[in-house]
Design a protein around this ligand. Structure first.
Ligand code: PLP
Length: 394
């Protein structure tokens, strides 16, 4: 009998983590690499949040807490959902975990039986498919088109639903495409979902506050309240408050699901860090001006990088409306030199000193993802190297 389980074989390293790891290895070997693979703000956590954590540690908040969040954190989450989204929920509808990723993990672990299908618009964040595999579910990619702004069309959703469909994953603003759904677009998808009452929906609102050009944010449970009894609304501190390392995410949803998620967490990590929870209270109840300032900075970086990428022959991208990624079509590079697919494209870019994840992991090829959560200097250097990489293909 071998050491490793079949389960561990289903746990894969994500395309973005692989690209970031490769960049670290090459740097350690003395190469100069610009890495635009990681999906995290390059800013630091705001001072008032760090200070709240420090005070909490001195006040003795260094012990185990309730499994899925302290009463103070749950109250702050309930208030946030009401104030920012118009979602009315109670503490028993709310769950906090070590990151939005653990929220999603708990939800799928608690609900998927082998063979259950999870509908994932393509492109989407890699983890949806990977967690589904891990939980013995079947990821079903629903391709979207650049012409539709990479948004799922109601007809495509209708065609994809089967008796095995358990979840639909929705994410706006989207990682990796920057697509943003309007309330009207959610209502059009809801009209389909109303005909299929056994399908549950995850609304992943992680990038809620990275929204450009004055757009307003919509969330499914409010746009289509009839779906709220089968919607899990997921959010977190990572992207909004530059707190990726603190590991704190949260969700609201029906009590039965929230309780089941807590049972999963109770047998794995237990509570999220007590210190992070105290910091989370300060973040959620605190000022938002720095968040808005940083969003404007992301928008300036978007406006810097998108025209430069579009100016490279063979590459094209649409303007992201939120999040800090641009999903770049490299169809014009396929067939040149030894390039057969988007994995070859990112390998070629790495040879030219830029580390990026390829589109296959996000379910839609041939593309690669560029994170513009990086300094303008880095972005400028990356664009130069990408241009040179393209020229060297001819
Ligand atoms: N959802 C999306 C779409 C993401 O891109 C990420 C992180 O990259 C997450 C959720 C989870 O973030 P975290 O686990 O840091 O809260």
């Amino acid at each position: 009998m071998g050491l490793l389980s079949a389960r561990v074989e289903r746990a894969r390293l994500s395309a973005s983590a692989r690209a970031a790891q490769r960049a670290r290895e090459l740097r350690a070997a003395g190469r100069n690499i610009v890495e635009l693979a990681q999906g995290e703000p390059d800013f630091n956590t705001p001072d008032h949040i760090i200070e709240a954590a420090y005070r909490a540690m001195h006040a003795g908040q260094t012990h185990y807490t309730q499994v899925d969040g302290t009463p103070e954190l749950k109250a702050a989450i309930v208030a946030k959902f009401k104030r920012e989204n118009g979602i009315e929920c109670k503490p028993e509808n709310v769950s906090a975990s070590a990151g939005g990723k653990q929220v999603l993990f708990n939800a799928l672990m608690a609900t998927l039986d082998p063979g259950d299908e999870v509908l994932i618009p393509a492109p989407s964040w890699v983890a949806y498919a990977d967690i589904t595999h891990f939980c013995e579910g079947v990821p079903v990619w629903l391709p979207t088109r650049a012409e539709d702004g990479f948004k799922l069309r109601p007809e495509a959703l209708e065609r994809a639903i089967t008796r095995k469909s358990k979840w639909l994953m929705l994410n706006s603003p989207s990682n990796p495409s920057g697509a943003v759904y309007t309330a009207g677009e959610y209502r059009a998808l809801a009209a389909v979902l109303e005909r299929h009452p056994s399908v549950w929906i995850i609304s992943d609102d992680m990038y809620e506050h990275v929204l450009f050009d004055g757009r307003t944010f919509a969330t499914l449970a409010v746009a289509a309240p009839q779906l709220a009894p089968r919607t899990l609304t997921v959010n977190g501190l990572s992207k909004t408050f530059a707190m990726t390392g603190w590991r704190l995410g949260y969700a609201c949803g029906p009590v039965e699901l929230i309780r089941a998620m807590a049972r999963m967490q109770g047998q794995s990590s237990l509570n999220p860090s007590s210190v992070s929870q105290a910091a989370g209270v300060a973040a959620l109840n605190g000022p938002m001006d720095i968040v808005h300032k940083r969003c404007a900075e992301f928008q300036a970086r978007r406006d810097f990088i998108v025209p430069r990428l579009n100016a490279v022959p063979g590459l094209s991208c649409t303007l992201p409306h939120g999040a800090f990624y641009v999903y770049v079509s490299c169809a014009g590079w396929i067939g040149k030199g030894n390039i057969k697919n988007d994995a070859d494209v990112t390998a070629h870019l790495l040879e030219h000193g830029v580390a990026l994840p390829n589109g296959a992991g996000y379910g839609l090829s041939p593309y690669f993802r560029v994170s513009f959560a990086s300094s303008l200097d880095n972005l400028e250097e990356a664009c130069k190297r990408i241009r040179t990489a393209g020229e060297n293909l001819r």
